[in-house]
Structure formats: structure tokens, C-alpha cells
Design a binder for this molecule. Structure first.
Ligand code: GLU
Length: 307
């Protein structure tokens, strides 16, 4: 594995936004938690832009996200890592897995996967292994039949079906490990591979992120082990939800810094709201006020209801 750009003997935390739209209050709050837990434990804090899927990344969005994070008082160490520039690192990791006989080509369309996944005995949401043991002749036919712009997806040959990880908020969590996609049929490297390679590449040993990613964590821990990379500490932060209990989204009104600014809400008062939501002193409008306040225990109080 390549050596990280700047190694910290004390490890690092990180935030890794996907540039698909402006960060909303829930995203900002998770970033604040990641920053506080890293800083409070003496770790460095890294920033990484999860722009693997350049076709879906919208111009200017990542820059606005980074500006919003800085505006609420989050700082980070070292260079920002852009995943779109990391193909070589992902290819090297996939090659290492392939050298161990742990990679196979998959030609399934989304529909085929959805249909096959309904078969009995396959855990919900798991790839049922349709292409795992195809004879070579069949592979050649299926490769030829791929549409324009398509390449075979690459999948991991997993030899377990589930794995238990420890999460600082949720405790012991057991979830599915299947033949996870390493590279998609459109040639884009898959998130689950990138996150594992990049956390190691950025010296990250504390992964703090939204609770929606807990179900992906066993797959990532399994991949890390196969690649000989250390397993980080996991902290999955309960999400922000609207009054109906649904995950906060754009449609919930003014939920981004720029929407709120248009309504006349200052960044300082947004920070004060985030601080209060995390148990910080009422009226404090700096993320520094959360130092020593946010802990895995304090996060167990459940989702943040943004009314
Ligand atoms: N980019 C992912 C997201 O915004 C987070 C990836 C991670 O933290 O592992 O949901």
C-alpha cells in the first residue's frame, strides 16, 4: 500500500462528503461530531471528497460544501483528498485481491440482481452470486453481450456471509457480507473499495459518519482485513429527521446554510442550533463549545428531530 501523504502518529478522523448537493443540517452536524471526536482524542482531522462518480458530481458543489464546513468552524489537516484522482490506488487494491483469487467479473444488470436477490436462502440485500462460478465459455459470451460503454463489473469473492463489527454508539453490529462490487459496470470504482483504501491512505483510524452507513460497515471491515489494513474505530451518528421522523432532505425546506441565509438566518445561529442539538451550552455559537461534550454515550440519545 502506498504511504499516506502525511502520517500522523496519533491517527486521524475524517469527513467525506459526496458532492451531490449542498450539505444540510444533518450532514453539517455529523461533520461537527467527526471533528470534535477527532480533535478531542488528539487525532488529526482529514477531508476527503467522495467524487468517484464524476458523472453525477455537480460542478461547484464540492467547493460549496468545503466552504460551508469551514464557515461553521471545521478545520482540517493536510491536503484534501479527491477520490476522482485516486483510480490508481483503487486499481492496485483490486489487483492485490485478484492476485489472491478473490475477484470475479459480473455481467448482471440491476434487474437481474434484483430478481435473483429474491431467491430463497440469500440474505436480504445480498448479491446471490449469479456470476461467481460461470464457466469460461459463458463468461466470453456474456462479456460480448455487454452494451456500449459497459465493462464487466468486478466483484469480491467473499467467503463469509456476515461479520460483526463494534460501533461506539450501537455496540456490536452484525451485518451482511456479500460479493461486494469493487468496480461498477460503468467502470467507476465502487464506494466500498474506495472508502477502505482511502481511510488507510489518509491514516484514518476513527470513522465517524451517518448511521445510514452502518449496514455497509461489515463489508468494509471485511475488505480491509483482506487488504491487510487495520480496522478503524466506528462511530455511526444518529441521523437528522424531519417532524414526521423521515430522514432530513432538501424537500424539508430551508435546511442548507445558503437556504437559511436567504431567510435571514446567520451562520452563527445555525452553529448555535447544531451546538444545542449536541448537548452543548445554550447560546454558544462556536463548535469549540462542543469540545469534551460530545461522546459516543451522548450520541445514544437517538435521532435529531429538526422541527
Ligand atoms: N460520502 C458518503 C456520504 O456522503 C460518506 C462516506 C463515508 O463516510 O464513509 O454519505
Amino acid at each position: 500500500m502506498e504511504s499516506p501523504a502525511s502520517t500522523s502518529p496519533r491517527g486521524a478522523g475524517r469527513y467525506a462528503p459526496s458532492p451531490s448537493g449542498d450539505l444540510h443540517l444533518g450532514n453539517l452536524r455529523t461533520a461537527v461530531v467527526a471533528w470534535v471526536l477527532a480533535r478531542d482524542s488528539g487525532r488529526a482531522f482529514r477531508m476527503r471528497v467522495d467524487d468517484l462518480d464524476t458523472a453525477r458530481a455537480r460542478p461547484g458543489v464540492a467547493d460549496r460544501q468545503l466552504a460551508d464546513l469551514a464557515a461553521i468552524g471545521i478545520d482540517w489537516d493536510g491536503e484534501i483528498m479527491w477520490e476522482s484522482a485516486r483510480s490508481d490506488a483503487y486499481a492496485a487494491a483490486a489487483d492485490r485481491l485478484a492476485d489472491g483469487g478473490l475477484v470475479y467479473e459480473c455481467y448482471c444488470s440491476r434487474r437481474e440482481i434484483a430478481e435473483a436477490a429474491r431467491a430463497p436462502h440469500s440474505p436480504p440485500g445480498a448479491y446471490p452470486g449469479t456470476c461467481r462460478d460461470l464457466p469460461d465459455a459463458e463468461r466470453a459470451l456474456r462479456r460480448e453481450a455487454l452494451g456500449p460503454g459497459r465493462v464487466p463489473a468486478l466483484r469480491l469473492r467473499a467467503d463469509v456471509r456476515e461479520l460483526t463489527v463494534h460501533d461506539a454508539v450501537h455496540g456490536s453490529y452484525t451485518g451482511v457480507v456479500d460479493d461486494v462490487v469493487l468496480r461498477r459496470g460503468d467502470g467507476v470504482w465502487a464506494y466500498n473499495l474506495a472508502v477502505v483504501v482511502d481511510d488507510a491512505g489518509q491514516d484514518v483510524d476513527q470513522v465517524v459518519r451517518g448511521e445510514d452507513l452502518l449496514p455497509s460497515t461489515p463489508r468494509q471491515a471485511y475488505l480491509a482485513a483482506l487488504l491487510g489494513l487495520p480496522r478503524p474505530e466506528y462511530v455511526h451518528v444518529p441521523l437528522a429527521v424531519n417532524a414526521a421522523g423521515e430522514r432530513l432532505a432538501k424537500r424539508d425546506g430551508a435546511v442548507t446554510l445558503s437556504d437559511l441565509a436567504e431567510e435571514g438566518t446567520t451562520t452563527r445561529s445555525v452553529v448555535a442550533r447544531l451546538v444545542a442539538s449536541l448537548g452543548g451550552p445554550e447560546g454558544a455559537d462556536s463548535v469549540e463549545a462542543l469540545r469534551g461534550v460530545v461522546t459516543a454515550d451522548s450520541l445514544r440519545s437517538g435521532p435529531w428531530i429538526v422541527a
